[in-house]
Design a protein around this ligand. Structure first.
Ligand SMILES: Cc1cc2nc3c(=O)[nH]c(=O)nc-3n(C[C@H](O)[C@H](O)[C@H](O)COP(=O)(O)OP(=O)(O)OC[C@H]3O[C@@H](n4cnc5c(N)ncnc54)[C@H](O)[C@@H]3O)c2cc1C
Length: 384
């Protein structure tokens, strides 16, 4: 039964990508904002409530289904997939953790697509070393006063709500970090959009400054001592769906190159009858199969409740590196045609660079993986 619901949902996601995403991606890459109707449609088919419990208005589907949905959207537009999953994750966190009255007020607009949300750790002077954040939360009689700046945050340019991580104790003490629900439309919050050479329009990147922002006690959603651990564990899941999204972008590029090679004539025959033209595609397909297998292993380990930290990190590093190497190779196989904005190659190449930074940068993850012995962990996961 759950399988049927998941299969129907994923069929809807595929149709949504074809009819509501693909035709807009070139405009988003030129900086055009997403029409709110797209977010509303995404919400209508369930993209903002995949893993949220049924009792809270969600679909109660599996992590695996969320990863697949993210991958389907990312094959068309990585930014939109990141935007939707970030709103989804905040809605899930509130549904599962916040007091019922708070959840009842905030969750419906998020899952209906009437509002978006973000999770904010990164600051101008604290990126990889998130525990060095300078945003502070000081207790008052009935709540907390938050001061500080968050930057490079998915959805921050339009989100109504953010889960903000702030230091309640001494600087650089991870156990002093707590998480607060923050209304980004409050006058004590100044927000700004961040643009770059790779468009940040569909991912909605931005930042905000909180000036003496008051958060009532019931909006302290994760207390000091547990908040930092909770976000690190949530980020493990994010690494797996980002890995799947990178694989999906490479899959899309490989398919397009293969189709192009069937008809594009060169020296009197189609490109795909030239062995040297086919070889990079064969290499891409081989590495892609391995990358998908690692993603699948990480999903199995996660759903079995095991320790998936290394598998998640390895899946992400591997898939990001694959996308960084193979998307340019597939673009090259297309010839000049691949540069046209009717194809996703240049957008996906930019997205792979972003994927290398979000949810644990490649540099930081490699540092962890240098101490990993993968064989027994993978075998355990496969038995799970
Ligand atoms: C489009 C986009 C969206 C984002 N969305 C969010 C979001 O929603 N929420 C959020 O909180 N953050 C978000 N981030 C921020 C992201 O998490 C950071 O970019 C990331 O943590 C790296 O921090 P940094 O960019 O400040 O780089 P730095 O920390 O300054 O690092 C610079 C480089 O040095 C490497 N490096 C740093 N320290 C080490 C080390 N000890 N060992 C090896 N290499 C190291 C890094 O890998 C990186 O390559 C987003 C970033 C981007 C680009």
């Amino acid at each position: 039964m759950a399988h049927d619901v998941a299969a129907d949902f994923l069929a809807d996601v595929r149709a949504f990508a074809r009819t509501h995403v693909e035709k807009h991606t070139a405009a988003w890459a030129r900086g055009e904002a997403i029409d709110p109707a797209v977010a509303l449609h995404a919400a209508r088919i369930g993209l903002t409530r995949i893993e949220i419990p049924v009792a809270s208005g969600g679909m109660g589907l599996s992590f695996h289904t969320k990863v697949e949905a993210c991958a389907i959207i990312a094959a068309a537009d990585f930014g939109l997939a990141m935007s939707l999953v970030n709103t989804h994750n905040v809605a899930k966190r509130i549904a599962v953790t916040a007091p019922e009255a708070v959840a009842r007020t905030l969750v419906p607009d998020l899952i209906a697509g009437r509002a978006s949300a973000c999770t904010a750790l990164t600051e101008p002077s604290a990126g990889s070393d998130a525990a060095a954040m300078r945003c502070t939360a000081r207790p008052t009689e009935c709540g907390w006063i938050l001061d500080g700046e968050k930057t490079w945050i998915v959805n921050a340019r339009h989100a109504r709500l953010s889960i903000v991580y702030a230091q309640t104790g001494e600087h650089s003490d991870a156990t002093g970090i707590a998480a607060f629900l923050v209304d980004l439309t409050n006058p004590c919050c100044e927000r700004y959009a961040i643009e770059s050479g790779f468009s940040q329009a569909s991912i909605g990147t931005g930042g905000f400054r909180l000036n003496q922002y008051f958060a009532p006690s019931e909006h302290a959603i994760l207390p000091a001592g547990t908040a930092f651990k909770a976000i690190l564990s949530e980020i493990n899941g994010a690494r797996i769906y980002v890995a799947a999204m990178c694989c999906a972008m490479v899959s899309a590029g490989l398919r397009l190159a293969r189709t192009h090679g069937e008809t594009r004539q060169s020296f009197g025959k189609p490109l795909d009858q030239q062995p040297t033209w086919r070889e990079p595609l064969a290499r891409c397909a081989t590495q892609l199969a391995a990358a998908w297998a690692l993603v699948e292993t990480a999903i199995i380990a996660t759903e079995a409740g095991g320790d998936a930290r290394h598998l998640a990190a390895a899946a992400k590093v591997n898939a990001v590196s694959l996308a960084q190497a193979q998307l340019p190779a597939m673009l090259h196989a297309m010839g000049a045609e691949g540069l046209k904005d009717t194809y996703p190659f240049t957008r996906h190449i930019g997205a792979a660079q972003i994927a290398a930074l979000t949810d644990g940068s490649t540099g930081m993850l490699l540092d962890r993986l240098a101490r990993w012995d993968p064989i027994p962990v993978q075998l355990r996961a496969l038995q799970g």
